[in-house]
Design a protein around this ligand. Structure first.
Ligand code: ADP
Ligand code: MG
Length: 691
């Protein structure tokens, strides 16, 4: 239950003075639905109001003058402004007001009165003026004019100054909360209290107070990171208390491994050892296997499935698309079947008697392994004894979907496989509730993909080379540009490119895009995989991880607009076989310096982890990496790059808290509960629930 002390912060924005039915939707757009969101608005800059005499005024600057009202000048025609002449000992200034409220103005600021005025000064041919001053105050209220003022995001109908007034009120309402951070640590770092940190943010002494590196913002970021890490640590601890089947390593898996035409890489061996340690522990496993496409994750999972099979239980491997499921089936069914382990493939395509037979095999336990798509967690699918679930591209499934599959067994172990390498610095924020194995070594014998950046004007040359390559039997992917936010124009661009390539290269050019149905997409992909098409033009929806060993060329248009991780994954589709492969990154010149450096990283390395780390460094956090879709939380204060040092500290802190005070019952624990409520990060909230 939410503690009472937080009620004012969780009240709707309409509880703020001046926020009625017209303003509320605007404020919600800028901040969010509740007072807390207004309190958390980040100023994007500051205005410095320089006090000066009129002879020192500077065109275009925001300045504050101490003046006397001299005269009022009525508008001469409709639509003309009121003008008020003011002066000090050194000169004159005209205040300009549009809208006919001169009488009121005059009443408030009569001729002869002394006023402090502040606003933007403009010099034009009519002289020095200030249109709609931000402040006009009598001398005794000059203190209400801040010398430095925070500027907030605004929206049409809600100017930044009104937003600031609402923030001001939210700040006024913000209670003093019990301190949840370790006081000794706060003192050592020189961090302010929570409320003081917000004060500094909204009443900055200068630009520096808005920097992510300021003490105030670091404190707020740490609060947020700790709330998140704590929730994940609690979830991890809770899961550890759930029993999991104790599954010993099997002779079957050893025979399986011995029968493979290759030896495991060190990283694969370590990943399998990690899984086996989890299997042996008697706790439910939730492990993420991270590794580039082709690093050998599936083969590792297959060996773990052999352990499960010999134990007399079943495993299920779920992939997000039919074509991926089929490929996994092709990878693992042969070796497993050779050792007498029955494998079935279950997808949405299966109908009638064939489907019934597969369902029977799973229900009876005759099949020890199921590979499939979403079809696996449908209600009619029952397992005799499901103990191990493997999810490929786990971020493409919802929490509920994963849970429905797991619910088909008892004490089910979970391994998730991801081909999106996450920089180590971000691992904790994204997967703090999972155990992670990294497969950071490639199987030997792969030829690196020769990667080149080529400016768009040289397109004809690239097409010419592609024609030669296709004539000698090569296959190529051609990834179309991200034209815009709109799928429609992306599609139009892809269709146009496909038509042009068909003119140049002949009919063997296929097109896949997001508007095709699953079946249509699969058909085109299959034509490409089986060599009936030599070029596959695609929008970015091409299935991650699809294996077409004969494809040796990857062309990516407008490469500068893709995230590096994405480019790396796209490139990973070629260079699977032993043949020389090439990747052409087409870009629209001129490239910015950062864009140039980014493309250069791709030319220099093909290690996904290194690429992700470098990209993060170059672009400095934000959502540059497109990580948000893959689960990077949308923090209010924490910046995964600027505050990366704090992530690790918060992770350690959270683990310590959970081990010493699992119920958060101590005084600090209770304050931490307030913190979690404040940020909505509670243990039970399955942010990225994998188990
Ligand atoms: P991932 O699931 O990580 O994309 P896979 O497990 O599907 O990778 O392996 C990709 C390809 O590499 C498969 O054809 C597999 O047989 C092969 N492979 C896996 N591990 C090795 C290894 N250690 N040495 C050589 N080839 C391997
Ligand atoms: Mg794979």
């Amino acid at each position: 239950m939410r503690p009472q002390i937080l009620f004012p912060l969780f009240a709707p924005v309409t509880s703020l003075k001046g926020v009625g039915p017209r303003v509320a939707p605007l404020l919600e757009r800028v901040a969010g639905p509740i007072v807390r969101d207004v309190l958390w608005l980040r100023p994007h800059s500051v205005i410095r109001r320089t006090p000066a005499t009129l002879d020192r005024s500077i065109d275009g600057q925001v300045m504050t003058f101490d003046v006397t009202v001299d005269a009022y000048e009525r508008p001469r025609a409709r639509g003309q402004p009121w003008k008020v002449r003011v002066s000090d000992d050194t000169g004159f200034l005209t205040l300009v007001f549009f809208g006919a409220y001169g009488d009121q103005l005059e009443k408030r600021h009569p001729v002869g009165a002394r006023r402090i005025v502040s606003g933007r000064v403009e010099d034009d041919r009519y002289g020095r003026q200030m249109v709609h001053p931000d402040y006009i105050q009598p001398p005794d209220k000059a203190g209400e004019i801040p010398e430095v003022e925070a500027v907030y995001p605004a929206t049409e109908g809600l100017p930044a100054r009104r937003v600031r007034a609402f923030v001001e009120e939210a700040l006024f309402r913000a209670p003093d909360l019990p301190e949840w951070q370790d006081p000794a640590w706060l003192a050592r770092e020189g961090y302010p209290s929570w409320r003081e940190a917000l004060e500094r943010l909204h009443h900055p002494a200068g630009e520096a107070d808005l920097s992510p590196m300021s003490r105030g913002l670091r404190r707020l970021a740490y609060d947020e990171l700790l709330a998140h890490q704590l929730a994940m640590a609690q979830r991890k601890a809770a899961r550890r208390r759930e029993p999991g089947a104790k599954i010993p390593p099997s002779a079957l898996a050893d025979r399986l491994q011995a029968g493979l035409p290759f030896a495991f890489t060190g990283a694969q061996a370590r990943a399998l050892a990690d899984i086996r340690a989890d299997f042996a522990a008697g706790e439910r496993m939730s492990r993420l296997i991270q590794g580039d496409v082709g690093s050998g994750k599936t083969v590792v999972a297959m060996c773990a499935m052999a352990d499960v099979a010999e134990f007399g239980s079943q495993s299920a491997l779920m992939a997000p698309t039919e074509i991926l499921a089929r490929q996994h089936y092709e990878t693992i069914s042969g070796p497993l079947a050779a050792l007498g382990v029955g494998v079935v493939l279950l997808t949405g395509r299966d109908k009638g008697a064939a489907r019934a037979a597969k369902l029977r095999a799973l229900a009876s336990g005759e099949a020890r392994v199921a590979v499939g798509t979403h079809a696996l967690f449908q209600a009619e699918v029952a397992f005799e004894r499901l103990r191990f679930v493997v999810i490929d591209e786990q971020h493409r499934f919802g929490v509920a979907e994963r849970q429905r599959l797991q619910a088909k067994g008892q004490a089910v172990h979970l391994a998730a496989m991801s081909a999106t390498p996450i920089p180590r610095t971000l691992e904790l924020t994204m997967y703090g509730d999972l155990d992670v194995s990294r497969i950071d070594e490639k199987p030997p014998g792969r030829t690196p993909v020769a990667t080149r950046a080529v400016p768009m004007p040289r397109l004809p040359e690239i097409v010419g080379r592609l024609r030669d390559a296709v004539r000698s039997g090569a296959q190529a992917f051609w990834i179309c540009p991200l034209v815009s936010e709109s799928e429609v124009s992306d599609l139009a661009a892809a269709e146009k490119r496909a038509a042009e390539l068909r003119r140049e290269l002949g009919p063997g050019v296929g097109l896949v895009h997001g508007k095709l149905s699953g079946g249509e997409k699969d058909a085109v992909m299959a034509d490409f995989a089986d060599g009936r098409l030599s070029v596959l033009v695609a929008t970015t929806v091409v299935e991650v991880g699809v294996n077409v060993p004969n494809a040796t060329i990857m062309v990516i248009e407008q490469a500068e607009r893709f995230g590096l991780a994405q480019l790396h994954q796209l490139r990973g589709r070629v260079g699977r076989g032993h043949r020389e492969s090439a990747c052409v990154l087409l870009y629209d010149p001129p490239l910015s310096r950062i864009a140039e450096q980014r493309l250069d990283i791709l030319r220099r390395t093909d290690d996904g982890f290194v690429i992700a780390e470098k990209d993060l460094e170059l672009r400095g956090g934000g959502d540059a990496l497109g990580l948000r879709q893959s689960g990077l939380p949308d923090y209010a204060f924490a910046d995964p790059f600027a505050h990366r040092d704090l992530i690790a500290v918060a992770g350690d802190d959270a683990r310590l808290i959970v081990s010493q005070d699992p119920e958060l019952a101590s005084p600090r624990g209770q304050a931490l509960q307030v913190l979690q409520e404040l940020f909505d990060w509670k243990a039970g909230l399955a942010l990225r629930d994998a188990g």
